[in-house]
Design a protein around this ligand. Structure first.
Ligand code: FAD
Length: 410
């Protein structure tokens, strides 16, 4: 049986960054990075953006050149799915029955796309966008697909819609709620993006629930049937309705958790010497009033990787990073800082009609988050205000001519 001082499960953003941080911190023990995907670690955000559009080849979205891992003494094992964790004996069983021993374990397995529980959802032309191979399959089928139905009006669904329009496809987005981005943003931002997508020619259906996909004899979905009875003819479906955290083996081993594995401020699970980080880790976030949440972002993956690495190095730090996120749709660059959960007031800076504006979210007068559309300066300067838990003057905040730095100093 192979054994390593540190075994990292999941070779995505969080797992790869942990290995990088350990070596940067001069960790001289052995490290294995196990991932069930064959490809070496790569950036996931381009999957619904430049990689889907065909604007960036795969080698340009690799997190590091292919040779980096072996050069740093990091044993990358692609195609290695961990099926079980034995926390007492400190070993993992892989799906192919190999065993790997560990001194410390970092669980960074992300999540799997949530599946639609309806007939036709597994048809050959219905896809999620989570992994390289999802997008490779979509692109292989694209020549024959003119009409695309996208289920889910979250970031991934909307980014995919923007790419598909750019590729000249006919696009319908089906969203069950009464606005897009409902889980992550306030209504003003939702309305803005709804308008943009409609202007770009997307047929956006709100309050619309999918009943099933009708399929043909080749197991291809030919129509999306709504609960209203309406049938929307289609050649391809893309489903973006969130993820289910990949934590089964760890929870079976006894780790506390529910929606993700529970961790403390140093990313430690309830099991000794086992950490969990990234999309699959439920933590008390200081920017959500300590509420136990999972955050799905590159920022969170990278910052948790640093916290876990520091703890392994015996120089522990607490996770208290300011959350940030971005989304690219058409020529719109959205940058978000903070978490708007539970906001009780929202101040608009600038004019959405100019396609450059920000929304400042407040709770009890405190600035808790900003959504900045084509307004990078607000994002950059607003970060400091969110981090400082500033209580800005509302009138000054609403003055789009005034920089956020000026608002902070007032
Ligand atoms: P992942 O990157 O998902 O890596 C987990 C890895 O573990 C995967 O390779 C998985 O295959 C592997 N794995 C799972 N189970 C096992 C197992 N049992 N054994 C071995 N390996 C396993 N974030 C942003 O901040 N900005 C964006 O614009 C943005 N866009 C996105 C677009 C798309 C299409 C997607 C899917 C995500 C996007 N995100 C974005 C989110 C961001 O990519 C994730 O938050 C980030 O990848 C999380 O990193 P992670 O390492 O926790 O998980």
């Amino acid at each position: 049986m192979d054994a390593y001082d540190v075994v990292i499960v999941g070779a995505g953003h969080a797992g790869a960054q942990t290995a990088i941080n350990l070596r940067q911190a001069k960790f001289d023990g052995s490290i294995a990075l196990l991932g069930d995907e064959r490809a070496p670690p790569y950036e996931r955000p381009p999957l619904s953006k430049e990689y889907l559009a065909g604007d960036k080849p795969f080698d340009r979205i690799l997190l590091r050149p292919e040779t980096f891992w072996s050069e740093r003494g990091i044993a990358f094992h692609g195609g290695s799915r961990v099926a079980a964790v034995d926390a007492m004996d400190r070993r993992l069983r892989l799906a192919d029955d190999r065993h790997v021993g560990f001194g410390k374990l970092v669980w960074a397995a992300g999540g799997s796309p949530r599946m639609l529980p309806c007939p036709g959802a597994n048809a050959a032309n219905i896809h999620a966008i989570r992994r390289k191979r999802d997008v490779d399959t979509i692109r292989e089928q694209l020549d024959e697909a003119k009409r695309i139905v996208i289920v889910g009006g979250g970031y991934i669904g909307l980014e995919a819609a923007a790419v598909m329009r750019k590729l000249g496809k006919q696009v319908t987005v089906i969203e069950a709620l009464d606005r897009v981005l409902a889980r992550v943003a306030g209504p003003i931002l939702s309305r803005f993006y709804e308008g943009e997508h409609r202007t770009q020619g997307v047929d956006l259906r709100l309050d619309a629930t999918l009943e099933m996909f009708e399929t043909d004899e080749r197991d291809r979905a030919t129509a999306a049937i709504l609960t209203s009875g309406e049938a929307i003819a289609m050649d391809m479906g893309i489903v973006g309705i969130g993820i289910v955290p990949e934590v089964g083996p760890l929870v079976s081993a006894g780790a506390a958790g529910g929606n993700g594995v529970d961790i403390d401020s140093q990313c430690r699970t309830s099991l000794p010497d086992i950490y969990a980080i990234g999309d699959c880790a439920a933590h008390g976030n200081p920017y959500a009033d300590g509420a136990h949440i999972r955050i799905e972002s590159v920022q969170n993956a990278n910052d948790m990787a640093r916290v876990a690495a520091m703890s392994i190095m015996g120089a522990p730090v607490d996770y208290d990073a300011v959350p940030w996120f971005w989304s690219n749709q058409y020529d719109l660059r959205l940058q978000t800082v903070g978490l708007s959960i539970g906001f009780d007031d929202c101040v608009l800076r600038g004019d959405p009609a100019s396609r450059s504006f920000s929304l400042a979210y407040l709770r009890g007068g405190q600035l808790i988050a900003l959504d900045c559309v084509n307004r990078t300066k607000d994002y950059a300067q607003g970060r400091a205000l969110v981090a400082a838990k500033a209580v800005p003057d509302k009138e000054q905040l609403a003055d789009g001519e005034r920089t956020l730095k000026e608002v902070a100093l007032a």
